[in-house]
Design a binder for this molecule. Structure first.
Ligand code: ZN
Ligand code: ZN
Length: 152
């Protein structure tokens, strides 16, 4: 999509609705890092001072807005990989949680509630069952759930 650069007013090919051309973007970033104090990094005019005598960064609200946009774009570029990585990790964690599902304690408690047993009674029943059949507690649990036709 063709846009007009907000800074140099030249046409440029805009990606993801950018309003500043790459050349201006790079120049502003460089000015922000290396430019002399008291000079607006966006337009190169003297940025002046505040009422309190402090040097302002930008000469005008207009340049402030553009400068802010450049900072945002720079930040998202710098952090793009990191953000993506974090998103991926979060997705992975969620998947693990889903795979693992509920804990065994939850399952025993739930089964006990359905069969009107306390948690202690229910786990004793399951332990007995596991010992009798020579199976693990998890399998005993699954077996009881299956026998009783309880859907989880
Ligand atoms: Zn430009
Ligand atoms: Zn300016």
């Amino acid at each position: 999509m063709t846009e007009i650069c907000e800074v140099c007013h030249r046409e440029f090919n805009s990606l993801s609705r950018r309003t500043i051309c790459d050349a201006c973007y790079e120049r502003i970033v460089r000015n922000m890092e290396l430019g002399p104090e008291g000079i607006c990094p966006v337009c190169g005019n003297p940025s002046g001072t505040t009422r309190f005598g402090r040097r302002k960064k930008y000469c005008s609200d207009e340049c402030y807005k553009i400068g802010h946009m450049v900072c945002t774009r720079r930040y998202s570029l710098l952090h793009h990989d990191w953000l993506q990585q974090r998103r991926k990790e979060r997705r992975k964690k969620k998947k693990i949680r889903l795979l693992r599902g509920r804990s065994r304690i939850d399952d025993i408690a739930m089964l006990g509630k359905i069969l009107e047993k306390s948690y202690g009674e229910m786990s004793a029943i399951l332990r007995q069952r596991a010992a009798r059949d020579g199976i693990s507690l998890d399998i005993a649990l699954a077996a009881v759930v299956h026998e009783r036709g309880i859907s989880r």
